[in-house]
Design a protein around this ligand. Structure first.
Ligand code: FE2
Ligand code: FE2
Length: 264
């Protein structure tokens, strides 16, 4: 089976790219299941129920997230009751929501998705993403062999190490959060697909989704500056992983980069 992984969807331009590209991509590539990181879908930071529904109604099966998940409080209640929207599993258990779910693909196969967040160069997180992911995978693997892990993290070393740690236990480990696609997609020695970062689904004429001028001013003056969403050069970025359903191991991984016509 083929699974499409979509890198951090940013704001309205990112949501438009999803709507314009995913249905055709799903058809043309015979995609069975789609995972998208949605931590930036509402105004570039956080998500709301409405924006989550926009993606879930555009042929995305499950939304993962990261550090921006807590930006908009209105999503908290939804996190408690909708297993299609995940927050990193290694946040304290008192936090709303869950970090793993088993869902059905379009061909009726059980697909497990686990979301964890890194600790290097990130805000303080107590629980270890490695141990948390291993624990979640152990629980889930009784149910299905098709398991995908979103490692939302800044440091390439931490992401690569998690990929190697989980190699052979999952179908794929993919990185999100940096908004810059890496060219290191591969099948690891024990059969898990891996990529350090899927990239960003949003305006590429930007500094990771925001208009460049304000970000440059912020770096020059070291003052808080209001960042505005960028709008131009909108792309969907991610990867397609092909999985052997009988073993849960990956057969192939290829990067995806697709531009949409001028964004209005
Ligand atoms: Fe992000
Ligand atoms: Fe993030």
């Amino acid at each position: 089976m083929k699974i499409l992984l979509v890198g951090d969807v940013v704001g309205r331009p990112g949501r438009e790219a999803v709507k314009k590209i995913i249905p055709a991509l799903r058809r043309n590539e015979c995609i069975d299941f789609v995972i998208a990181n949605a931590e930036n879908i509402a105004g570039g930071s956080g998500l709301t129920s409405e924006t989550a529904d926009e993606l879930l109604n555009s042929q995305i099966d499950v939304l993962t997230s990261g550090d921006h998940i807590w930006k908009k409080k209105e999503i908290y209640e939804r996190l408690e009751k909708d297993s299609r929207i995940l927050r990193p599993a290694n946040y304290p258990e008192e936090c709303p929501g869950r970090g793993a779910a088993v869902l059905k693909s379009s061909s009726g196969k059980k697909v497990a998705v686990v979301n964890v967040i890194g600790r290097v160069f990130m805000n303080h997180i107590d629980a270890c993403p490695f141990k948390t992911a291993a624990k979640e995978i152990e629980k889930i693997s009784k149910d299905t062999r098709i398991i995908l892990v979103d490692m939302h993290a800044e440091a390439t070393s931490e992401k690569i190490a998690l990929g190697r740690f989980l190699d052979g236990r999952v179908s794929a480990v993919f990185g999100t959060h940096t908004h810059v696609q890496t060219a290191d997609e591969k099948i690891l020695p024990r059969g898990s697909a891996y990529i350090t970062d899927l990239g960003m689904t949003g305006p590429q004429d930007s500094v990771i989704g925001r208009k460049a001028d304000a970000i440059i001013e912020h770096f020059l003056k070291c003052m808080p500056i209001r960042f505005e969403m960028a709008e131009n050069d909108v792309e969907l970025q991610g990867a397609i992983v092909e999985i052997d359903e009988s073993t849960g191991k990956a057969v192939s991984i290829k990067r995806v980069r697709e531009k949409i016509a001028e964004y209005q």
